[in-house]
Design a protein around this ligand. Sequence first.
Ligand code: AR6
Length: 180
Amino acid sequence: MKEAERGEARLRLEQGDISRQQDVEAVVNAANARLETGGGVAGAIHSAAGPELAEEASQYAPIEPGEAVITGAHKLPNDFVIHCLGPVYGRDKPEDELLARCYRESLRLAEENEIERLAFPAISTGAFGYPKRAAAEIALQTVLEEMPELDVVRLIKFVLYSESDLELFADVLENAVREG
Ligand code: AR6
């Protein structure tokens, strides 16, 4: 299952590169605490946005696991970047709560900034080592729970990098919707 609805909001799973999303006002960055460029999502977002992104973000650094901050998107085809620091698996605890907080905080910032459409990557599932299925369960459950409460956000995309990650998220979404 690649789509679900709750209240007036729609959730959609796609395969792609988070730094090339034309149809959303905000993209979420799987950030590091210093809000600098890095590998994976952060590397793609910072290199597409240009050095002004790190310059703007530096005023908010360092951030804590589970925390999110918002900046402009500079050369990206979006208006905003929401930078969220996910937990490092096995180090930042309780990791499930910290990961859920990332998604909730990002949605809260989207609402505050009148963002109707945003895209998430699979936070913490790369360099930070969070097992993908467990991370997908938390990500999708948290977003599905929040969706009925949203006043502004209408579209939440998950942009997964590989076909196999897309299939994994689709399987987890089907189970989450079936279980209520
Ligand atoms: N678009 C969408 N997803 C991607 C992309 C992309 N361009 N590139 C990788 N992924 P990661 P984390 C997937 O490591 O685990 C950075 O160096 C990837 O396959 O980006 O939260 C930062 O500076 C994986 O499933 O984020 C931090 O230090 C997922 O995105 C640290 O890594 C997240 O992988 C953050 O680690």
